[in-house]
Write a protein that binds this ligand. Structure first.
Ligand code: CA
Length: 230
């Protein structure tokens, strides 16, 4: 069983990897959130059966990493943290973690929990290659798991909402998305008060990507993404 261990403390990771290896796990170690997300990109290899995710990471919050993993994959995630309070646990579980283990933990208990979550979802069931991991539209490349966007191989910095908006439209190029639909999917809120926000984000995307024709306004309806001609 392949296990992704996300842990920035090398000593902890080494000790845990040794224990896990003794119990038959093939452990891949990621030292930060970015490495973790990269390791989960579709590959030729056998998919991971479970992710052990430390919440205190140097580059991004473990909760954030969990949310990003969950957006693209149903792989079981066990959060490992020193934060024992109930609110932290609830927050983690709300973000889609399958289980939550508080440090210091008993190794036997951790192993039991790993087996329990891995059993719940047979390996490969939804951890296989995610076809939408990266989208390419002419010069625009959108990497969904890492939320990176580049145009002609130059990375473009987008805000969270700008990315969500672009990713939404890009998943169905040419299809018109109604304004209400975009607002509910990107802002997770109702129509009221956000109409202008949407305009602003569209304008900002057009200018940041330097492709003013990429997102077309469909008057009175919404927007659609027009793939740049190859
Ligand atoms: Ca840590």
């Amino acid at each position: 069983m392949r296990l992704l261990l996300v842990e920035d403390d090398d000593h902890v990771a080494a000790a845990l990897s040794a224990v896990l290896a003794r119990h038959g796990f093939q452990v891949v170690h990621a030292r930060n959130g970015e490495e973790a997300l990269r390791a989960l990109l579709p590959a030729e290899k056998e998919p991971f059966s479970v992710v052990l995710l430390d919440l205190g990471l140097p580059d991004q919050d473990g909760y954030e990493v969990c949310g990003k993993i969950r957006k693209r994959s149903a792989i079981p995630v066990i959060m490992v943290t020193a934060r024992a309070d109930v609110r932290s646990r609830i927050h983690g579980l709300n973000l889609g973690a399958d289980d939550y283990v508080v440090k210091p933990y008993d190794t036997g208990e951790l192993l039991a929990r790993i087996h329990a979550v891995a059993r719940r979802r047979p390996p490969g069931e939804d951890t296989g290659p995610t076809p939408l991991a990266a989208l390419r539209l002419g010069p625009v490349r959108i990497e969904l798991p890492t939320r990176r966007v580049s145009v002609d191989d130059h990375e473009v910095q987008l805000t969270r909402k700008e990315f969500d908006l672009l990713a939404l439209l890009a998943q169905r190029p040419g299809v018109v998305f109604r304004r209400e639909q975009i607002i509910s999917e990107v802002w997770r809120t109702s129509w009221e008060g956000t109409g202008r926000t949407l305009e602003v984000h569209v304008a900002s995307l057009r200018s940041k990507l330097r492709l003013p024709a990429l997102i077309e306004t469909v008057r009175g309806v919404g927007y659609r993404l027009v793939p740049p001609s190859a």
